[in-house]
Design a protein around this ligand. Sequence first.
Ligand code: HEM
Length: 136
Amino acid sequence: MKLLVLLLLLTVSACTATHSSLYQQLGGKQKVAEIVDNFVYEIEYDTQILPYFEGSNIDRFKEKLSEQICSLSGGPCEYTGDSMAQVHTGMNITEAHFNRTVDLLINAMNKADVPHRLQNQLLAKLAPTRKEMLYL
Ligand code: HEM
């Protein structure tokens, strides 16, 4: 019985030791910065989405989006930007434009060599923001 408990404890601690956050698996701060840089590049060349960003402060966008990705993926960051509803209200974002933006993010992650398994995990964290910004 004691041996069983010991084995169980060892297994649990081994699992804890090898468990790493999505943020760590992605590659941390540097990889998140690369994804965000690529994403802005994709937006700059997209005639559907670029108009939304006319007059936006791109440095702020990069900083806040990086914080948001870091915090949602379990990294050591706090999101200090405005709420998704506050930011996107008044833009009247359509479903098609939301989907297009997600496609641009996927392009950005592909160009940063993010494995699809991790891409899907990150998208699953970001997807719930959808209901906070459509048609507002
Ligand atoms: C996965 C979906 C999305 C996420 C997670 C997201 C996240 C963010 C974040 C974190 C910011 C910065 C907030 C701040 O400055 O405090 C932001 C700003 C912005 N987003 Fe989104 N966004 C998403 C989708 C979209 C879509 C679909 C559009 C338009 C088609 C859009 C247009 C904008 C624009 C124009 C700004 C800059 C606003 C400004 O200049 O004040 N976003 N977004």
